[in-house]
Ligand binder design. Structure first.
Ligand code: TXA
Ligand code: MG
Length: 317
């Protein structure tokens, strides 16, 4: 069965109707494809967890198309509004304290007293949310622990008929998930490195932005598992070209020799992020290789997000 639809006005209207009626729609965003449902429909939200085979303790991000929606269920302050006005729509998710006026979203929030919200920078996503008339909760549209989808075909391959419709917006421009920041405390803490670089956040706020994985005392995102984003083959990271084994598929970065695929021959981290998940998927289809080796990636800009994903992808349970 093929569920992929071009995002014509007619198909977006049909997708919005599907959301309203409690169905699941996969849609493109600036970062990765999402698997969306009406945040207020607990049965639809439960179906997301079922389709992904994802544990219920892992909360979901709400996608909105208008900053005014924020105050409907989150407690906002000047800092959150200023960040939203500057960075939205874009690859940045906020974790804020929840208003306790909406028990219907308990499941989406996994019972936490905080909520994750973002505004995606993609015309199809924004139009779908507007026409649905409700925030759309959406995790990445892949099965739990596997590689996130950056094309409609990836979604089809991973979820197939578990989703009612897949809107095809082409390849995602950024290619790694949003940066998630915790705004519930005095300092801003990055819970998950992603498509918005820490440096850009620091430049705007003029403050140090903390990294949750650096410090066990800082808040954490419940879904950040050590093994995640995993291809079907073992993967080694920080491998120099000379150390690649004959039976390894080599994904290079920068000016390296002998790579089967190169994330960015010119060493551009944005280009590398956009290619990352698609290249990991491509590598795992080559059954003539026993594993994947990956070049070292610098730990700055989007390199933070890339290194986070490949560290988890290469984690040995
Ligand atoms: O780019 C993205 O963020 C994509 C697109 C589809 O928007 N979405 C995405 O969702 O990556 P997902 O479900 O794969 O990852 C959401 C992460 C999880 O690690 C979850 O634990 C965390 O967000 N999260 C959600 N609500 C939270 C909360 N209240 N407090 C802390 N972490 C939260
Ligand atoms: Mg995910």
């Amino acid at each position: 069965m093929n569920n992929i639809y071009t995002p014509t006005a007619e198909n977006i209207a049909r997708a919005a109707e599907t959301i309203k009626q409690g169905g699941l729609v996969s849609f493109p965003t600036d970062t990765v494809y999402g698997l969306g449902a009406n945040v207020y429909n607990a049965q639809a939200v439960a179906n997301i967890f079922k389709a992904k085979e994802r544990p219920l303790f892992d909360p979901l991000i709400s996608h909105i198309a208008d900053i005014d929606f924020l105050s409907e269920y989150a407690i906002t302050d000047d800092r959150a509004i200023a960040l939203a006005k500057h960075f939205w729509p874009g690859p940045l998710t906020f974790v804020l304290k929840r208003k306790d006026n909406n028990p219907a979203i308990d499941l989406a929030c996994a019972g936490l007293n905080s909520i994750a919200v973002r505004m995606p920078n993609h015309p199809v996503a924004l139009e779908l949310i507007r026409q649905s008339g409700v925030p759309i909760v959406a995790p990445s549209a892949n099965r739990f622990k596997t590689i996130s989808p950056t094309t409609a075909q990836h979604v089809q391959d991973s979820l197939g008929d578990r989703v009612d419709m897949i809107l095809d917006g082409g390849a995602c421009r950024i290619g790694v998930e949003t940066t998630i920041i915790d705004l519930t405390g005095k300092h801003i803490v990055i819970l998950r490195a992603g498509g918005m670089a820490r440096e850009e956040l620091e430049a705007f706020t003029g403050e140090k932005i903390y990294l949750s994985h650096d410090n066990p005392d800082l808040p954490k995102a419940p879904g950040q598992l050590l093994k995640h984003y995993a291809p079907r083959m073992p993967m080694r990271i920080n491998v120099e070209a000379d150390d690649v084994k004959a039976d390894e598929f080599f994904i290079g970065f920068g000016d390296v020799k002998g790579a089967q695929l190169n994330l960015s021959p010119s060493g551009d981290l944005c280009e590398a992020a956009a290619n990352l998940f698609a290249f990991m998927r491509e590598a795992e289809t080559h059954s003539e290789y026993k594993g994947i080796a990956m070049s070292p990636i610098p730990e700055n800009g989007l390199g933070l997000a890339i290194n986070d994903r490949i560290r988890r992808a290469s984690y040995k349970e």
